[in-house]
Design a protein around this ligand. Structure first.
Ligand SMILES: *C/C=C(C)/C=C/C=C(C)/C=C/C1=C(C)CCCC1(C)C
Length: 273
């Protein structure tokens, strides 16, 4: 088996291609979210702007990750050896520090969670998100599994808090939404749990017994897949929710119009009799 920092030709290529694919997915999502903005009511537009921001920030970081990956290894006699320039893990963490609060804000914006208390809710979630990421980082760059586990466990506390708060908030929100939106809220709740839950699992890969270069590859591939699901996939669901809510709002408005025009036509008749 190859040591942690020596990659077989295929291992290197897998990560290279996955990072490149992820960059393309972020770019395409950015274009989509910008163009789709006009298809939703004004009050949900902010959520789509945030989706676009998330993928553009992530796209930029994937470009840097790609650059860092290619300069961290050199091909020697058929295997990729460390070039001396270390691969920079910080890009991912800085990316999460910026994008996770935005993803949370998107959800709060589109569902208008907790009525007027939105701001307070957001503040709590943002602090928890920053703590979760900051506490994870020392473990990510640590060489040994014990340190990784300790910081990982600490980071899981704010993580559990975020999931708990969102779970309750989304459950409450489901009851207030039109039927067609309620199903989507249930689905986005599951998507959130599945994709966000994927990060700590990927983080645990080296602890769970995957060793050597296999763990390096699995970690990069795991985080990249999670990012596509949690940023592009999630953004698409937010867009779908915004569309459905726009349609539901329009229907409500036209009902109100029908009601008021009925009243208008009744009045003259009454006046005659
Ligand atoms: C777009 C990026 C997203 C949604 C990133 C989410 C990241 C997490 C939910 C990370 C969580 C972690 C733990 C719960 C423990 C181990 C350390 C982390 C930071 C990987």
């Amino acid at each position: 088996m190859l040591p942690k920092d020596v990659l077989s030709f295929d291992q290197y290529q897998i990560v290279y291609n996955v990072i490149s694919f992820t960059f393309a997915a972020m770019l395409a999502s950015f274009v989509f979210f910008v163009l789709a903005r006009g298809q939703v009511a004004e009050k949900y537009r902010g959520a789509l702007v945030m989706s676009a921001l998330v993928v553009v920030v992530a796209g930029y970081h994937y470009l840097r990750i790609f650059e860092s990956w290619t300069s961290a290894y050199t091909l020697q006699k058929g295997v990729y050896m460390p070039s001396g320039t270390p691969f920079n893990d910080a890009y991912r963490y800085v990316d999460w520090l910026l994008t996770v609060p935005l993803l949370l804000a998107e959800l709060v914006a589109v569902l208008r969670l907790q009525g007027g208390k939105d701001k307070y809710l957001m503040a709590k979630l943002m602090v928890a998100a920053a703590l979760m990421i900051a506490l994870g980082y020392p473990g990510e760059i640590a060489g040994d599994n014990t340190t990784r586990l300790i910081w990982g466990t600490l980071s899981t506390i704010p993580f559990a808090y975020i999931l708990y708060v969102l779970w309750l908030q989304l459950a409450g929100s489901m009851d207030r939404q039109p039927a067609s939106v309620s199903v989507l809220v249930r689905n986005i709740r599951l998507l959130l749990l599945a994709t966000w839950g994927f990060y700590p699992i990927a983080y645990l890969i080296p602890v769970l017994g995957l060793t050597g270069s296999t763990s390096t590859v699995a970690l990069q591939v795991g985080y990249s897949i999670a990012d596509v699901a949690a940023k592009c996939g999630y953004g698409l669901m937010i867009y779908t929710i915004a569309r459905r809510k726009t349609e539901a709002d329009l229907q409500e408005d036209s009902l109100v119009e029908v009601r008021s025009s009925n009243q208008a036509s009744v009045k003259p008749a009454n006046a005659v009799s």
